[in-house]
Design a protein around this ligand. Structure first.
Ligand code: HEC
Length: 129
């Protein structure tokens, strides 16, 4: 005879475990307009808009999503889903030579949680959401 109480207990444990795993892996979806754009507006746009030094030097404008995704005259700086290969993040995280890290001429470096937001957004596909 099967022990129904034991089976029920095991099932409950299994369900709880599944719920915990689901809750942990359910990372919040980053929004371009709500989360990413304000960070760029605060830290980058003064140089990366038409006429700004960054835009003039590299061609990279951050005025719109399309501008940002177009990248510099040499090509895209963001590769959707590829946090290691996205040069925008490479520069923001200081993974490149310090002399070219972004933002330029910034007394206070960009907040770690802001970099994390952009990293997560690229990881989630760099969507125009
Ligand atoms: C004070 C002006 C200034 C600010 C602020 C600034 N940039 Fe730049 N950016 C530049 C200049 C100038 C260049 C041209 C290349 C160089 O001098 O390194 C550039 C180039 C770039 C490039 C292209 C690099 C390449 O390989 O061609 C990226 C990507 C970039 N910036 C990202 C950012 C990000 C992200 C921010 C905000 C976190 C930012 N920049 C803030 C001035 C700025």
């Amino acid at each position: 005879m099967m022990n129904l109480k034991k089976i029920t207990e095991k099932l409950i444990v299994l369900i709880l475990f599944t719920l915990v795993v689901a809750a942990c892996s359910n990372e919040t979806l980053v929004s371009f307009s709500q989360d990413v754009k304000p960070i760029l507006d605060q830290n980058c746009i003064r140089c990366h808009q038409s006429g700004g030094v960054g835009q003039t030097a590299s061609g990279l404008s951050m005025e719109t999503y399309a501008d940002l995704m177009k990248g510099t005259r040499n090509g895209p700086m963001i590769i959707a889903g590829d946090v290691e290969g996205s040069n925008l993040l490479v520069l923001m995280e200081g993974r490149a030579d310090p002399s070219i890290s972004m933002p330029h001429d910034q007394q206070k470096p960009i907040a770690k949680e802001d970099i994390q937001t952009i990293r997560l957004w690229i990881d989630q596909g760099a969507k125009n959401n």
